[in-house]
Design a protein around this ligand. Structure first.
Ligand code: ARG
Length: 458
């Protein structure tokens, strides 16, 4: 089955090697077989082939699947791809009956089908893995509910926050990723089979039946679009790029927090790496590699966008290139989500250090300004008064807490003893606007997050 009866010559070896897709697409074997089984069953039901022939084909396909899974299948690069390998084997076994499977079908709608089936599974697995990471974030937040740390802007200490609040920020990002994958699923969940090479097929096929057999919610509405559409691949790659981007931000914080300079967290020894020369090193390589692999995922997205750009309708061989980047992205994302969830579960928060860091460097200055607002001073004026106070404090090398009330009063007469009651705790507690870092708000957010995690997705 080399499809070369119209040619006078065999395919040049260079062409064969350049065009073969089997090493990559053999990974689709079970989707190819599932699709062929549904197709054969439909052909039998519709009287396009006999039901006995359909049954023989289905049985043979199942045994081919078994052989592939047992490592006994003889793959042949001369047959270009997994689809031809399976069909050729079927025909070798069943003769004319096997040769009937490809009735009312083209490899163009077949490859589109197989990749959609693969992508649907990938999305289900990705959603589960994102939930796994969200679960780990929630556990970490709940186990460290009272930990206070400095919040940053411009990577400069800004205001104290609860560590749990920081964890929940990532929970939100991953929740949006879940939504994106849910939407990607809807657009992937469309059956292209029955579109033929490009124009439809001249047989009385039942596409709705095939859709039901293969668990698709809808069937495609235009045969040209169905064989040339790879938007669902882009949907996966772009959702994956955003998810990897979120992971890389978390990765960066873990890298920072494990430095001696920050010293906020410690990785479990089993999740840290050493150095070949410096015996003392404890390195966060998992976080660094995740940070780097984000770029690989962006690259695959860009490659797929470029592959599709300016491609005329309908199928073009360019589309064969849709798989490698997708497979690598699925593998990268799933592995990264899994290792991150496990790494977070073993993360130890150095509460004393985060607290000390939250106290230092005048992080309560905004609270002092808010205090003045409470005494009737307009905020802009309060901001300016406290700015001068901080400048003075830096000059004498003192914290705001250690400055005498009489000195405070040189900046504003409304300062009173109660300014000394401003602490990390009051700072955090007063930030009780919806979505803020106060313990009550964080408690509410934790409960909401827990509930979202328990919701059934898709
Ligand atoms: N190996 C090809 C692919 O994966 C099969 C598509 C065949 N269609 C064609 N007209 N050559 O895209």
């Amino acid at each position: 089955m080399t499809l070369r009866s119209r040619f006078n010559k065999a395919m040049d070896r260079l062409v064969r090697d350049y065009t073969v897709s089997l090493p990559c697409d053999r990974r689709l074997y079970k989707y190819d077989i599932a699709g062929s089984i549904a197709h054969a069953r439909m052909l039998g039901r519709q009287g396009i082939i006999s039901t006995e022939e359909a049954e023989q084909i289905i049985e043979a396909l199942l045994s081919i699947q078994q052989e592939i899974e047992n490592g006994e299948f003889d793959f042949n690069d001369d047959l270009e791809d997994i689809h031809m390998n399976i069909e050729a084997c079927l025909t070798e076994r069943l003769g004319e009956t096997g040769a009937k499977l490809h009735t009312a079908r083209s490899r163009n709608d077949q490859v589109a089908l197989d990749l959609r089936l693969f992508t649907k599974d990938a999305i289900y697995n990705t959603i589960a893995a994102i939930k796994g990471l969200q679960h780990a974030l929630l556990e970490l937040a709940e186990a460290n509910k009272s930990v206070v740390m400095p919040g940053y802007t411009h990577l400069q200490k800004a205001q104290p926050i609860l560590f749990a609040h920081h964890c929940l920020a990532y929970f939100e990002m991953f929740q949006r990723d879940l939504e994106r994958f849910g939407e990607a699923l809807e657009r992937t969940d469309v059956l292209p089979l029955g579109s033929g090479a490009l124009a439809g097929v001249p047989y009385p096929i039942d596409r709705e039946f095939v859709a039901r057999e293969l668990n698709f919610s809808r069937i495609s509405g235009n045969s040209l679009d169905a064989v040339s559409d790879r938007d669902f691949v882009l949907d996966y790659l772009s959702a994956a790029s955003l998810a990897m981007m979120h992971i890389s931000r978390l990765a960066e914080e873990i890298v920072l927090w494990t430095t001696a300079e920050f010293d906020f967290v410690e990785l479990d020894d089993s999740f840290a790496t050493g150095s070949s020369i410096m015996p003392q090193k404890k390195n966060p390589d998992v976080a660094e590699l995740a940070r780097a692999r984000t770029g690989r995922t962006y690259g695959h997205l860009m490659a797929a966008l470029t592959m599709l750009k300016a491609l005329p309708l309908s199928y073009n061989r360019d589309l064969q290139e849709d798989k490698e980047g997708l497979f690598d992205t699925v593998d990268t994302l799933l592995a990264t989500l899994e290792v991150f969830a496990a790494m977070l579960s073993g993360l130890r928060i150095k509460e004393d250090n985060t607290r000390r860091a939250a106290e230092e460097n005048y992080t309560l200055a905004t609270d002092v300004a808010d205090y003045l607002v409470g005494k009737g001073i307009p905020f802009r004026q309060a901001h300016s008064i406290v700015g001068s106070l901080v400048r003075y404090a830096i000059g004498i090398g003192q914290s705001l807490r250690n400055i005498e009330l009489s000195d405070y009063r040189r900046f504003s007469p409304v300062f009173d003893n109660d300014v000394k009651a401003i602490t990390l705790e009051t700072s955090v507690e007063t930030r009780s606007s919806h979505g803020g870092t106060s313990p009550q708000q964080v408690e509410r957010a934790l409960a909401a997050a827990r509930q979202k995690l328990d919701e059934k997705q898709g």
